[in-house]
Ligand binder design. Structure first.
Ligand SMILES: NC(=O)c1ccc[n+]([C@@H]2O[C@H](COP(=O)([O-])OP(=O)(O)OC[C@H]3O[C@@H](n4cnc5c(N)ncnc54)[C@H](O)[C@@H]3O)[C@@H](O)[C@H]2O)c1
Length: 267
């Protein structure tokens, strides 16, 4: 028997009155999710190392009638994460949603990978995401509710060529943390999930295409050949899956890594 909720089903995706802190909100997925969540009523803390662009995201959120705060936050620096969450709390009080979208994708052949590249990418993609989860949980646990969405990648679950060892390690680690934290916090009201996108046309992906070690046409051909839907994604196409995981629409979903990959991982 389905137990009827007191909520109207059409409100399941409603984020009115909630606050989301989104790292990497200055560009690509992070920017798209900030604007998309704002359309569904959410106030946004736009955190990014690129402060001017984060301010631009925040202004556009305000144009949509929501409240916004731009933060300069390098998620590779623990003290900046701590300070950023304090500023967010001063402005908004509680925190309902965290999205970890800040990330870098170095491409170095495994045999040539420099320790400094490894350290910086792992510090940003993996340790940074974990520390943001920790800061968010310290605010969500006392309220007994919250949703965390980690932007992982298909490379967390599948290997691919082109020197992606560090990136794959960081995203595989992110998926492991997602499962672990989901279980640790499940009975205390926090859900933790990740999204596993294939290639999406964001400024970050354009940087990869502009990398002189690659031929951009061949790269695009390889990507589209491997994505059953036959094309790369557009940034806005992450918003629906992210909104699903962030909102009450997914109230019984935790600990999953949801592919957003045009069928890539189904092959
Ligand atoms: N675009 C894709 O094809 C794709 C596919 C799978 C996963 N992802 C993941 O999605 C996330 C967003 O990627 P995107 O494509 O939107 O890239 P993007 O480069 O357009 O955006 C990434 C944002 O993260 C910010 N950032 C980088 N380092 C940071 C740091 N140390 N502290 C704070 N902010 C920092 C950048 O300034 C930028 O605004 C990343 O985690 C990436 O790994 C992207």
């Amino acid at each position: 028997m389905i137990v009827a909720s007191k909520r109207f089903m059409r409100d399941l995706f409603d984020l009115s009155g909630r606050t989301a802190l989104i790292t990497g909100a200055a560009s690509g997925f992070g920017e798209a999710m900030a604007l998309g969540f704002a359309e569904f009523g959410c106030n946004i803390v736009a955190a990014d190392i690129a402060f001017d662009k984060a301010k631009n995201t925040a202004s556009r959120v305000e144009e949509l009638g929501r409240q916004a705060l731009a933060l300069r936050m390098d998620v590779g620096q623990p003290e900046e994460i701590h300070a950023g969450f304090l500023s967010a709390a001063e402005r908004f009080g509680g925190l309902d949603i965290l999205v970890n979208s800040a990330g870098v994708s170095p491409h170095e052949a495994a045999e040539d990978t420099a320790i400094a590249t490894w350290d910086r990418a792992i510090d940003i993609n993996l340790r940074g995401a974990f520390l943001c989860c920790q800061e968010a949980a310290r605010r969500m646990l006392p309220c007994g509710k919250g949703s965390i969405v980690n932007i992982s990648s298909i490379s967390g679950q599948a290997g691919y060529p082109r020197g992606a060892a560090i990136y794959s390690a960081s995203k595989g680690g992110m998926d492991a943390i997602t499962r672990q934290l989901a279980i640790e916090w499940a009975k205390r009201g926090i859900r933790v999930n990740s999204l596993a996108p294939c290639q999406f046309m964001t400024p970050g992906l354009r940087e990869v295409m502009d990398d002189p070690q690659f031929d951009p046409e061949k790269l695009m051909q390889t990507w589209t050949d491997n994505i059953p839907i036959g094309r790369v994604g557009e940034a806005w196409e992450i918003v629906g899956p992210a909104l699903f995981l962030a909102s009450d629409a997914s109230s019984m979903v935790t600990g999953v890594s949801l592919p957003v990959d045009g069928g890539y991982l189904a092959r």
